[in-house]
Design a protein around this ligand. Sequence first.
Ligand code: GLU
Length: 496
Amino acid sequence: MKPARVRFAPSPTGHMHLGSARTALYDYLLAKQTGGQFILRIEDTDQKRYVEGAEQELLDGLHWLGLDWDEGPDKGGAFGPYRQSERKEIYQQYARQLVEAGHAFYCFCTPERLQAVREEQIRNKFHAKYDGTCRNIPLEEADHRIKNGENHVVRFKTPKTGTTIVHDHLRGEIVVDNSTLDDYIIVKSDGLALYHLAAPVDDHLMKITHVLRGSEWLPTFPLHSLIHKAFGWEEPVWVHLSVFLKPSGKGKMSKREAMDLAKDGKSIFIKDLRELGYIPEAVVNWIALMGWSYDDHTEFFLLDDLIEKFSLDKLNPSPAAINFTKFDHFNGLHIRNLSIPDLTNRIHPFFVEKGIEVNLEKLEKITPIIQERLQTLDDAPDLGGFIFDEDVEVTASELVAKNTTQLESLNILKEIYQVITQLPQITHEMAEPPMRELVEKLGYKPGQVFGILRVAVTGRMVSPPLFETMEIIGREKVISRLEDAIKMLEKPLEQN
Ligand code: GLU
């Protein structure tokens, strides 16, 4: 395949979500795979919907996901500027060209008149659209009215009869009856072009070979194709990606649904996923498979695998339900795939966030014993944070093992103490065999004996692997905690 020039063209109108991340990922994969370029273009023509900070959030999100672009507003490139608000004159020039060639026209209709027409059409059960009043005003007359300061917009002159045939890579040929299309506005009364003109113009000037975008753009796809045709430009390959459905599979994601997800510690927004302790490798893997598959069984992919294996032909146009269970699964898989130093660096901020003072050297010892059990990075402080505690908080009743009396547990504890204090060092290799022997000798279940030891040393009923944990806590602290526990069990329960 020839090197592809692919653009990710987000509008800075809100938080970066899974849908835009997936588009960006596929763009990136196609560009990298073909030795082409991945271009970031900010589509900020709609100033009313502009959200301060949204562009930065997009850049941060892409960086975090590892999807670095070759050309973009911050990087420059041979086809800039890459922010549509900086390209106004270009669009005006192209709009004029369309008007002069008879593919667009100046429209002087007032909003009030248009509103009345629309209401009338709706009353008569017609499809509401522009009624064509200004379609045939001669250009000299229109220019004269403009010179006189009359308010106007530019509309595309959509054919009234016949059909328009557009081609989507996933859906094949789509035939549209021209009578269903409107004379869409392409330049507003303030002289600013709309996305509908800006995107085709930019795609052409930036030599874009493939347009990948959400299928919410299918309704205006014929317009974009017609604009290319009107200019006589070669069209890019059009790829309208599948929509994401709510986790229930019933309907599209809505704002409300997104808020409800937050209550469950889930989110569709990239910046939240990062804060929730998901790792970018997992996000990339998960979204790659929402609308694409390699075969019917491979599911673990790193970005480099995806660059090699991705193909447009395996994209699936059917809607895909967002499956967070799968996401958790991928996050676990990718966490386990990280090296210990890498994972240590990634969990560190989550300890700091929870106010746990961490020493990186010690944390690196904890990482291997919790790695297996992490679903998100955010689980790490809960699983391993207690190892940094100076003291444990234990109650006597917690020290009494299941189906034993306080006295029996005390005796077990004393035996444990004998074994542990005889060890010169506490390591898994040294501690496990004598402890197993002790279990045999005492005739209690392993769970009872190890349970008492676990609670006494860690203050918890569940912990990462016990001997490894004890090794990190250190011999001295382990012994003093065992002594405290013995003292506690020597008193009657009510005195504790
Ligand atoms: N600015 C549009 C959006 O944010 C991009 C559509 C396209 O890629 O053409 O959805």
